[in-house]
Design a protein around this ligand. Structure first.
Ligand code: MG
Length: 263
């Protein structure tokens, strides 16, 4: 299934997306604005996804991120390959949706980087999963994220909280799908002004999705709507005001955000 969260006449709503005659359309809308099970979704006159104002596809309680999960990216930053997943958090206030502006904190940082990341959307509360327990029942689907980072502050601080946490530093979307298989490989790409910067398959993960979910759930209770960003491939680089960053993942779509400077 594919779904999005968008601005309806009644406010933010979750919509089911179906392809009709080659066009992605919202065909059902879930009641309320909570993570839906879609059982009570109402059929509506089809709304083309391209003409809907899309929002970040969930309102997460937390955003967990995995660092250093692709060997080539570990090398490009001169780090050692981790023996177990390296995780950190981004605040909920960093979340923005498709088309929203990434604001560069120009007085505090001289280098703001994009990071394309396949993102897991948790669908069911989970904690302490068994070693052989299947993680798929806990995953609602997958989406695209941009783990925007002030690289200079990340190096200066020695830990990552400030570098990863500015408002607007977590664009997510455009949709969520459970119709892709990260274990089999999906291509994760970033583009700046239409020029490809990162392009790698999730088969290059150091830690696959099941290891990541199990690792996180051993630390904290994962709640429906929580996001887990799975790390970025090699090819990171900076953006400036006026740029447009697109995070494109096979089977999901393109998450596009313009970059502006703070006042
Ligand atoms: Mg990252």
């Amino acid at each position: 299934m594919k779904y999005c969260r968008f601005v309806s006449a009644e406010g933010p709503r979750y919509g089911i997306i179906e392809n009709m005659s080659g066009v992605d359309q919202i065909t059902h809308i879930a009641p309320g604005n909570e993570i839906p099970d879609f059982l009570g979704a109402q059929k509506v006159a089809p709304i083309p996804v391209a003409s809907a104002k899309l929002l970040a596809p969930v309102d997460p309680a937390k955003i967990v991120c995995v660092g250093r999960n692709y060997r080539d990216h570990v090398k490009e930053l001169g780090n050692d390959e981790p023996a177990e997943p390296v995780i950190f958090l981004k605040p909920q206030t960093s979340l923005i949706g498709p088309g929203d502006k990434i604001v560069r904190p120009q007085r505090l940082s001289q280098r703001v980087d994009y990071e394309a990341e396949l993102t897991i959307v948790i669908g069911k509360r989970c904690r302490n999963l068994g070693e052989n327990e299947d993680v798929k029942p806990y995953i609602l689907g997958y989406t695209c994220s941009n783990d925007v980072t002030t690289r200079d502050l990340q190096r200066k601080d020695g830990q990552w909280t400030r570098a990863k946490s500015f408002d607007t530093f977590c664009p997510v979307g455009p949709i969520v799908t459970d119709e892709i298989d990260p274990w089999a490989g999906v291509r994760v790409e970033s583009y700046v002004n239409g020029v490809v910067k990162q392009s790698e398959s999730t088969t290059a993960f150091i830690f696959p999705v099941d290891v990541i979910v199990r690792f996180c759930a051993a630390v904290m209770t994962l709640l429906p709507g929580d996001l887990i960003l799975t790390g970025t491939p090699a090819g990171i680089g900076s953006v400036v005001a006026g740029d447009e960053v697109a995070i494109t993942i096979q089977g999901i779509g393109s998450l596009k955000n313009p970059v502006v400077d703070s006042d």
